[in-house]
Each structure stands twice: as structure tokens, then as C-alpha cells.
Design a protein around this ligand. Structure first.
Ligand code: GBH
Length: 496
């Protein structure tokens, strides 16, 4: 890069930053009266008890137990927060913070040890019954995710998400969950972040099952979308009338900001980035097919690579119709923002297929996670993009949060600032932009097993001492902040 070019680049970045940050005024106002607040966790990240009471192994058990550990600190979720035994303490923390609901996930292999409905593990059913009943007894609504990344290992043995047989197994598992828990659970999320499942698990290989492939992510996505549609339609057909609940999916997306908003090529590249990230999964669910730009680019690149068929599969009429409209709400997990520039690429696979390059500004405040920079205005922008692209669907923020390390301990001012600024942008999206956002979920209730980062990055509003066999939980400063925010249901104007 010539010095002249990089100078121009810097000036443009600076310009785009100022124009994007035109919302520096804090909004003192309240959320709608029926707005709801909660915390999220996931089974593998908190439960532990990986090999007791009849639980089958899942792909994260296998991944974390490999001889050469793919986890930075060599750790696993074998014990994690021991929530399998300490769930009543978790319920107590939720109650103390004054949440309306708690989002947690079911461990598929704790309920169906080999993933199929050949054997139902009654002790798994008992565990979730106890948790759900304790929540309800304390006035906390359960919001249940069926799949937060812990696929039964036996299903991976036949290809996991890349084998179409997974669709029927997922539907059977959903039927079990609705049948046993649906009398009390009215908020269902089929899948957490299918993008991460397919791209990090099958494209980059940093998550279980650890595959690297330019083909598998698209195959995985195809089957995972069919699985979602099947679980949605099953509920609609056999449970909705008697149980009266709602089924949706949680998609993750950052915000993708053009490096130079005045350059139409940059604007188009940023639009491509968000279509490849969010549209990959949302377009089939809202419109019955993948975004046209994905079809065009992946077909064209597959042909140039000399492949017999496109790496992006096609939906037939049946699946297109099953998918189209398969949501009662849309879940959004959002953490951060990236800048986008166009770039012609020939490297085969999800990343190169987009003809973009993304990066984060050095000026954005950091967290403990290399990928997570603090960009509150991006939250408002992705909410507006969703509103404009899909006709303002009912949106639940199902995750949003900030990481730090052991060093901060309970003095997590960075997390307080993050929650304050991100939720204030959400308030602007509702009050000033008319976005239809109904719930907000903070990630996470407690520090937990942060996947490939092990226990080196903490996301909790409660500190968990992982050296203590009792896994003692201690509220952080952010717990106090969120408790006040939830109680106020917004931001009371400062007293004069
Ligand atoms: C969410 O994913 C997950 O739903 C949740 O389980 C998780 O604990 C939380 O975020 C915090 O990460 O640097 O190569 O390891 C958000 C999407 C996907 C972003 C994985 C970070 C790490 C890639 N995340 N990614 S790597």
C-alpha cells in the first residue's frame, strides 16, 4: 500500500466514523411498558456434568478432549459452572437481578443420548423440569433454545449437519421438547447462530467438529435451515393450538459499515457482507430462498473452479414453502461492527465468495476478545437494516454483551459502559426509528466456558471462580447496573 493511499484511507475512515457517530447524544427515555429483560446462557457453557446421569457425548465433549487441544487454555466444559448441580443458585441470581425471563438451552444428548428418539434419558428430563419449575416459581419466564452447538456425537458419526438425515432427528428432538416442557415453555428458539455452527464448525474449523472446507458450510446451512423449518412447522401443526407458544430462530450479525460511505462500491460491498452473514439464514426464512447475490456469486465462482455444481445448494418448492414465513419472532445476537471494502477474491469458500475484506478500526475501544470492539451505534444500524429488509418483524435481542478477563474481577466498568451505550442505541432504534424490538437479553448471567477461548474471556454479570470446586458466583458492578436498568425500564433523566 502506498503512503498516499493509506493517508487517503485514514482520512476516509475518520470521516466515516464521525458521520456514523452522529448519535452522541444520550437519550433519556423509557422502553415500552411491555418490554422484557433477561439473561442468556447455553448448556455446554455452564452445565458441566458431561458424563453423568445417562447423558450421551456431544461434539464439544469430543472436541475439547482431543489430545492436541483446540482450546486456548486446554480446558473443557466438563465441569464449567456446574449449573447441573447449582441451577437453584442461578435462579437466585436471576431473581435478584429482577429479570422477566431466562434464556437457556437444552443439551440434546442429555435428553436423547445418541441423538435419536430410540432412548429417552429420564434423568435429563428431570433436570430441565426442575430448572423450569424453579424459574416459574420465582416468576421468571423460561425461553428455551433447542440447539446451542452441542450436537450428539453419534449424529456427527454419520456427518452431523452435513447429512440430510439430521433434519428428521432434529424434528424428533423438537417434538420431545415440546411434549415434555411445552406446557410451561412458551418461547422456543430452534437454533442459536446457525452461521457459527456452519462456518466456524465446518469452514474455519475453530469450533466442533473442527472441519475446514469451502463446501461443507453451505451444506450444513441447507440442512440446518430445513431442520429449523421442520421444527417450526411441527409446532404450528401439533402444538400451537394447545400450548399457545411462539417459535423463532436466533441469527447472529454484526453491523457492516462501508469504509467509505460516499463510495458506492464500498456501500455495495458492505451490503454484500450483511447479506452473506444475516441474509444467508434470514432470506430463506423470510422469503423462501438465499439472497440473490449469494446465488450469483457462488454459482459463478463454483463454475470458475471447475465444479460440477454450485457449492450453494438449491431449495425445491417444498422446502422453499416450508421455510417461507417460518417464524413468530426473529432472535438477534449482536456484539460488534466491522468495516468493509470491496476486493476481488479467488480463494474458494465462504469468505472469498463475498468479494469483500473486513476489518475493525483501531480507534474502537477493545474488549478481551480480539473480535469484539465496542461500537454502540452499529447496534442501532443492524436493527434498522433488519427493519427495512424484512418488513419490521418482531425482534428479540437474544444476546448482547462484553468480555473482560480475570484482571477486572467484579469491577467491570467496561461492561457497564458497554451495556449502557448499546441499550441506549436500542432505545433510539425503538423510539426514534420505529424498530419493533420487544425483548433484550444480556450475555451472560455468569462467566462460563467461552468455546475456543476456554475460560480466558469472561462475559458474565456474575463472576465465577473456576478454581473453586464450589464455583462460587459473585455479582459484578454490571449486575447492579443492569438491575437498575431493568427496574427503571430505561434511563431516567438526570436530576438537576
Ligand atoms: C455468541 O456468539 C454465542 O452464542 C455465545 O455462546 C458466546 O459465548 C458469545 O457469543 C460470546 O462469544 O476468535 O476464532 O474463536 C457470538 C459470535 C462466534 C463471535 C465465535 C466470536 C470467536 C471466533 N461469536 N467468535 S474465534
Amino acid at each position: 500500500m502506498s503512503p498516499k493511499f493509506s493517508m487517503v484511507g485514514l482520512v476516509l475512515v475518520a470521516l466515516s466514523l464521525t458521520s456514523a457517530q452522529n448519535d452522541s447524544d444520550f437519550l433519556y427515555d423509557y422502553f415500552p411498558e411491555d418490554f422484557e429483560w433477561g439473561f442468556a446462557t447455553a448448556s455446554y457453557q455452564i452445565e458441566g456434568a458431561w458424563n453423568v446421569d445417562g447423558k450421551g457425548q456431544n461434539i464439544w465433549d469430543e472436541f475439547t478432549h482431543r489430545n492436541v487441544s483446540p482450546i486456548v487454555d486446554g480446558s473443557s466444559g466438563d465441569v464449567a459452572c456446574d449449573s447441573y448441580n447449582k441451577y437453584l443458585e442461578d435462579v437466585e441470581l436471576l431473581k435478584n437481578t429482577g429479570v422477566n425471563f431466562y434464556r437457556f438451552s437444552l443439551s440434546w444428548s442429555r435428553l436423547l443420548p445418541d441423538g435419536t428418539n430410540r432412548t429417552v434419558n429420564q434423568r435429563g428430563i428431570d433436570y430441565y423440569n426442575k430448572l423450569i419449575n424453579a424459574l416459574i416459581a420465582n416468576g421468571i419466564e423460561p425461553m428455551v433454545t433447542l440447539y446451542h452447538w452441542d450436537l450428539p456425537l453419534a449424529l456427527q458419526g454419520v456427518g452431523g449437519w452435513t447429512n440430510e438425515t439430521v433434519v428428521q432427528h432434529f424434528e424428533n428432538y423438537a417434538r420431545l421438547a415440546y411434549s415434555y416442557f411445552g406446557d410451561r415453555v412458551k418461547q422456543w428458539i430452534t437454533l442459536n447462530e446457525p452461521f457459527v455452527v456452519c462456518q466456524l464448525g465446518h469452514g474455519d474449523g475453530v469450533h466442533a467438529p473442527g472441519h475446514t472446507s469451502p463446501v461443507e458450510p453451505y451444506l450444513c446451512a441447507h440442512n440446518i435451515l430445513k431442520s429449523h423449518a421442520s421444527a417450526y412447522r411441527l409446532y404450528e401443526r401439533d402444538f400451537k393450538e394447545s400450548q399457545g407458544g411462539q417459535v423463532g430462530v436466533t441469527l447472529d450479525s454484526g453491523w457492516y459499515e462501508p469504509e467509505d460511505p460516499n463510495n458506492p462500491d464500498h456501500v455495495e460491498a458492505a451490503e454484500r457482507a450483511v447479506l452473506f452473514k444475516h441474509g444467508w439464514y434470514a432470506f430463506p426464512i423470510f422469503f423462501g430462498d438465499y439472497p440473490p447475490v449469494m446465488r450469483q456469486l457462488i454459482d459463478q465462482k463454483s463454475e470458475a473452479e471447475g465444479l460440477q455444481e454450485s457449492r450453494l445448494p438449491e431449495f425445491d418448492n417444498y422446502w422453499s414453502q416450508q421455510l417461507n414465513g417460518s417464524y413468530d419472532f426473529l432472535g438477534l445476537n449482536h456484539y460488534t461492527t466491522e468495516l468493509v471494502v470491496p476486493e476481488n477474491r479467488t480463494d474458494p469458500g465462504y469468505s472469498g465468495d463475498q468479494n469483500t475484506r473486513t476489518y475493525q478500526s483501531a480507534e474502537w475501544p477493545e474488549s478481551a476478545s480480539s473480535w469484539l470492539k465496542v461500537v454502540p451505534w452499529g447496534f442501532r444500524k443492524i436493527m434498522n437494516w433488519i427493519k427495512n429488509t424484512y418488513g419490521n418483524p418482531t425482534l428479540y435481542v437474544t444476546e448482547n454483551g462484553f468480555s473482560d478477563t480475570d484482571a477486572e474481577g467484579v469491577n467491570d466498568q467496561g461492561r457497564v459502559d458497554y451495556y449502557r451505550d448499546y441499550t441506549n442505541n436500542m432505545l433510539k432504534a425503538i423510539k426514534l426509528d420505529g424498530c419493533n424490538i420487544k425483548k433484550y437479553t444480556a450475555w451472560s448471567l455468569i462467566d462460563n466456558f467461552e468455546w475456543a477461548r476456554g475460560y480466558t474471556e469472561r462475559f458474565g454479570a456474575h463472576f465465577v471462580d473456576f478454581n473453586d470446586p464450589a464455583r462460587m458466583r459473585t455479582p459484578k458492578r454490571s449486575q447492579g447496573y443492569l438491575k437498575q436498568l431493568f427496574a427503571d425500564n430505561g434511563f431516567p433523566p438526570p436530576k438537576q
